[in-house]
Every structure is written in structure tokens, then in C-alpha cells.
Write a protein of this length. Structure first.
Length: 465
């Protein structure tokens, strides 16, 4: 971590602190999450939310040092997603304060979960002009992740564990397999987290591909996205693989203006059909992964009904088990302490409590946030997500520079795909941190457009005098 912070200082002095924070924080995403400074005890001795990992530590240090660097700027003008994020942090504070009383750890959690990554992305992309080496670095690093995933899947060799030591086990096997291949973990704690990390970073090699199509870079960049796509498949996680489809659909929607009406119609129909056939889809996912045979043998009871249990079906069972707790979560929820670790400590009794012991994990970020921060918290979070997508949409329509329009298109596609994935897994920092960073980029670029327009109007007035 010290090396990366020193690199930030050197790079900030040689270039600008904005470029430096973009480079260093982006590179920190690729450091294994189990390298951590423990601060808190957590249920079941997990490392989740137990301390400061490298990407948070580096980001916090860079944000602090940024304040003292020559050329620093502080973009104070707020945009729609900023207001939603402020609302979310206030609800976080209110919920934890009401449920557990004041503690300085509330401030630390808010900073680590919502502030650091978002603000770092906002600071790094304050201008509609950004260095070519930044996106190239992220694109190549993302593709290297894909190579690491493929190697781990085919040869059972985790590059990151070989360098920094084996990851701790948290309820999952070290050699989990699906479809006859080993599932890749990479620098994360679970294959689905690794799939999510590659999914949110897929935007950068795809951006390189779009630049190659415009002959802005060499044709070799055309093939770079193949590696992270194969890497996502190497995780053996159905959520990230299915989310690739949403990435492609969203990219077409943002990139090709004439496609927006038909894509919207098709996407709406898909969502309607998917909602009406949700249980059948889950069953097909079970057959796809080969879990259907064990599902019928392993049943749990929910609301007096016996339900087949599997990795995919647990998403349905989870909704049934937590339905009462969700209804009782109110405006501010149960707070962080009650919803930390799995199973969480919320008012569930009777047979549902026994089922909860078997369906421990809340594989749905939106359900977990509702339980944690109540209806108000989930509304602010969803508004922030939608605001970021709208800001990217506005930028793709209004910015003159085609490269910026393409960047906004791929980043929006990455967010949409990860928003879908969040409905199948809780939002760990493994991919949640770069997700918040990408949302911060949306804020930074949108603010840059507004500032640019304000300057142009001011110049036009001066010329008219």
C-alpha cells in the first residue's frame, strides 16, 4: 500500500493529482481483497467489513494527500447523483444512530462504503479530456484479470494466491467446480464476486475495441474484450454470465441512437416475460448448472410449504423468508450491526428462523439494503443508480467528442449489467467499490459538461458586448 501511495505522490507531481488518483485508485482494484488491516470483529470470523483493505486504504490516503497537491481542484457543484448519494449517507447515519447509538465507526463505514470510491471517481474525471494512458492501463489490467481467471479455471492455479498467500475460506470450497471446470476466484473471495469485478471493468477493454474500430488505436485492441468475457465465463457464475447480455443490450442502446426505441421495447418485453416465468427460469438455471438433481433431495420449509433448495432457488426462498422482516423495516431499517454477517439478526421466528439457518446469505443487494436502511435508504440508492445512468445518457447525446460519448456508453453498460447482478448477490466491496467509482465518474463527467456550457455562455455574452 505504501508503494502505491508513494506512486500517487510522484505521479501527481509529474502530471496532475486528478490523473494520479485515476491511475492509482484504478490499479488498486486488482489487489486481493484478503490483504486487510482488521479493525472489527465480525460474526462467524469472516473478513467481510472487518477492516481496511488495500483499495480502500490507498483511496483514503490518496484523497487525503490530494488536498495538498499542486494543481488540486475541488468540484463543488453538485449534480443529481450527488444529491441522491448525500441522501443515502444521511439515511445510513440516521439508521445506525437510531438502532445502535452513536459511534465513530458509523462515520468510518459511511466513508468507506459510499464516499471514498465515489469521490475518487468524481475527482479523477473532472474534465471531458482524460489521458489515453489511463484507459489503456485499465483495459490491459482488466484483460490480465481475464487471463488469470482462465488459467485458474483450466490449470487450478490462482496467480494472486501464489503471490500473496491463500485466501481465507468463508463457507465455500477452495476447489469449487461447475460444468466440469474449476471456478475461478481471482483476487476476490468468491467466483461470483470475481465475475462482478470483471463485469464492471469490462467497459475499458470494450472502449479500446470501439477506439480501434475508429482507427484511433491499433487493431489489436479489437480483440481485447475476448479475454475478460472468457474470464467471466471461467468463474462458472451464472449471474455475471447472464449479465453480459445486459451489457451488450445497454451498449447498443447508449451507442446507437436509432436503436433506443426498439431496444427499450424488447427489454421491456423481456422483463415482463421474465417476471411472469421467474420460477421456470430458476429451474432452467438449475438444470444448466446440474444442480437440479440435488435440489429435490434437499428441501426446506417456508410458510408451511416444502421448497426444493439449490444455489439458484435460494434466491426465491430468501425472498419468502425475509418478506416479514422487509415489511417491518420501516423508513430507516434495522441498521448496519443487525445486518452484518450472515445470517442477519432481524425479527424472524418459527419455521422461517429454522429455514434461515439453511438460507443464510442474502443474495440480493436491494433486499439487504432495504433491511439495513429501510424504504428510504433503498429509494435513495435506486435514485442514485438511475441518476448515474441518466447522466451518462445525457452525455452521449450532448457531448461533441465522440470518444467521450463512447466512454459514457461503455461505462453505462457496465453499470446496468452490475445493477442486474446485484439482484442475485449482495454487494461486496470486491465489485461494489469499483461500481461506486464508476458512478462517481458519471458525476464528474456530467459536472464537467455543465461547467463547459457555463463557460461557453459566459464567453458568448462577452463577445456580444
Amino acid at each position: 500500500m505504501a508503494v502505491m501511495v508513494a506512486a500517487f505522490v510522484i505521479l501527481a507531481l509529474k502530471t496532475t493529482p486528478q490523473i494520479a488518483i485515476g491511475f492509482i485508485v484504478g490499479v488498486a482494484f486488482f489487489v486481493p481483497v484478503w490483504i486487510i488491516l482488521p479493525l472489527l470483529e465480525t460474526p462467524n470470523n469472516t473478513i467481510v467489513a472487518s477492516g481496511i483493505d488495500v483499495k480502500l486504504g490507498v483511496t483514503a490516503a490518496c484523497l487525503f494527500l490530494y488536498c495538498f497537491m499542486p494543481g488540486r481542484t475541488f468540484p463543488m457543484r453538485l449534480v443529481p447523483s450527488d444529491f441522491a448519494m448525500i441522501g443515502l449517507t444521511l439515511i445510513h447515519f440516521t439508521s445506525d444512530l437510531t438502532n445502535t447509538g452513536f459511534s465513530w465507526m458509523i462515520i468510518v463505514r459511511i466513508y468507506g462504503e459510499w464516499f471514498a470510491a465515489y469521490v475518487a471517481g468524481r475527482l479523477a474525471f473532472q474534465s471531458l479530456v482524460f489521458p489515453e494512458n489511463l484507459w489503456k492501463t485499465l483495459a490491459i489490467a482488466s484483460s490480465i484479470l481475464g487471463v488469470c481467471a482462465i488459467c485458474e479455471s483450466l490449470f487450478r492455479f490462482n496467480v494472486f494466491e501464489a503471490i500473496v498467500g491463500q485466501r481465507p475460506l468463508e463457507g465455500v470450497s477452495r476447489d469449487a467446480a461447475r460444468w466440469g471446470i474449476r471456478r475461478a476466484y481471482g483476487p476476490t473471495m468468491h467466483p461470483i464476486y470475481f465475475g462482478g469485478l470483471q463485469l464492471i471493468l469490462l467497459a475499458w477493454p470494450v472502449y479500446g475495441m470501439l477506439q480501434a474500430l475508429r482507427r484511433k488505436v491499433g487493431l489489436g485492441w479489437l480483440f481485447l474484450p475476448i479475454l475478460p468475457v472468457l474470464g467471466i465465463c471461467a468463474t462458472g457464475s451464472r449471474g455475471p454470465i447472464v449479465s453480459l447480455l445486459f451489457f451488450v443490450i445497454a451498449l447498443v442502446f447508449y451507442q446507437v441512437k436509432r436503436s433506443r426505441v426498439p431496444v427499450t421495447i424488447v427489454a421491456t418485453l423481456v422483463l415482463i416475460v421474465g417476471s411472469l416465468n421467474f420460477y421456470q427460469i430458476i429451474e432452467r438455471l438449475d438444470y444448466w448448472s446440474g444442480e437440479s438433481r440435488n435440489a429435490e433431495r434437499h428441501k426446506v420449509e417456508v410458510d408451511g410449504k416444502k421448497m426444493a433448495m439449490s444455489s439458484a432457488r435460494s434466491r426465491i426462498i430468501m425472498l419468502e423468508v425475509y418478506r416479514i422482516a422487509i415489511n417491518r423495516s420501516g423508513l430507516i431499517g434495522y441498521g448496519t450491526v443487525a445486518t452484518s454477517g450472515f445470517p442477519i439478526n432481524v425479527p424472524i421466528s418459527g419455521q422461517e428462523y429454522q429455514t434461515l439457518r439453511q438460507v443464510r446469505f442474502i443474495d440480493n443487494a436491494y433486499v439487504l439494503l432495504t433491511l439495513r436502511f429501510g424504504y428510504t435508504g433503498i429509494v435513495f440508492f435506486l435514485v442514485a443508480c438511475i441518476a448515474c445512468l441518466w447522466q451518462f445518457y445525457y452525455l452521449t447525446n450532448e457531448v461533441d467528442d465522440k470518444s467521450i460519448r463512447q466512454l459514457c456508453s461503455v461505462l453505462a453498460a457496465g453499470l446496468i449489467s452490475i445493477y442486474f447482478l446485484a439482484a442475485t448477490v449482495w454487494m461486496p466491496e470486491d465489485f461494489g467499490f469499483p461500481m461506486m467509482w464508476t458512478m462517481g465518474i458519471s458525476s464528474g463527467l456530467f459536472r464537467a459538461l455543465l461547467i463547459s456550457r457555463s463557460k461557453n455562455r459566459a464567453l458568448a455574452k462577452l463577445r456580444s458586448l
